[in-house]
Design a protein around this ligand. Structure first.
Ligand code: ZN
Length: 138
C-alpha cells in the first residue's frame, strides 16, 4: 500500500493529462469545476480521512475535529475505501455537518450550482478518490 506522498504524487500527476483529455473532448467550460473537484477530492476528501491523524485529515486544520466521528465510524480501508460508497459516505457526512450548522446558526441559503458545472465537479471529486482506492489495492 502506497504512502500518502505516493498517493498525492500520482493523483496530482494525472490531473494535467486529465484536463488535457477533457479539453480535447471539448469540455472547456467544465475544466475549472473538474480541476477544483479533483483537487478537493485529492487534498480534502481522501479515503484516508478514516484515519484521524492522516495528512488529509490534518489539512482540515481546526475543522479536523469534524472528521473524528467519521474516523471512529469507519475502520481504515473499510467502507471508506469503496470506490463509490466511500466518496458518497464523505459527501453525505459533510452534508450532515452543513445541515447541523445551518440548523444551529442559520447560515445563508446558497444558490445551487448549475448542473452543467456540478457534474464535472463531482466527477473531479470522484476520480482521485477512486485512484486512491485502486492504488491501495495494488
Ligand atoms: Zn487509503
Amino acid at each position: 500500500m502506497p504512502r500518502h506522498t505516493v498517493h498525492l504524487a500520482v493523483e496530482l500527476a494525472l490531473l494535467p493529462p486529465l484536463l488535457g483529455a477533457a479539453h480535447r473532448l471539448g469540455l472547456r467550460q467544465e475544466l475549472l469545476p473538474l480541476a477544483l473537484g479533483y483537487l478537493a477530492g485529492s487534498l480534502l476528501l481522501s479515503p484516508d480521512l478514516d484515519l484521524y491523524h492522516s495528512r488529509p485529515a490534518r489539512r482540515w486544520r481546526l475543522l479536523r475535529l469534524l472528521w473524528w466521528p467519521y474516523a471512529r465510524l469507519f475502520r481504515h480501508r473499510g467502507l471508506s475505501h469503496h470506490p463509490l460508497l466511500g466518496p458518497l459516505s464523505r459527501l453525505l457526512y459533510l452534508a450532515l455537518w452543513a445541515l447541523l450548522a445551518w440548523a444551529l446558526v442559520g447560515l445563508p441559503r446558497a444558490q445551487p450550482p448549475p448542473p452543467a458545472l456540478l457534474l464535472p465537479f463531482l466527477g473531479g471529486l470522484l476520480l482521485p478518490q477512486t485512484l486512491h482506492v485502486l492504488l491501495d489495492r495494488l
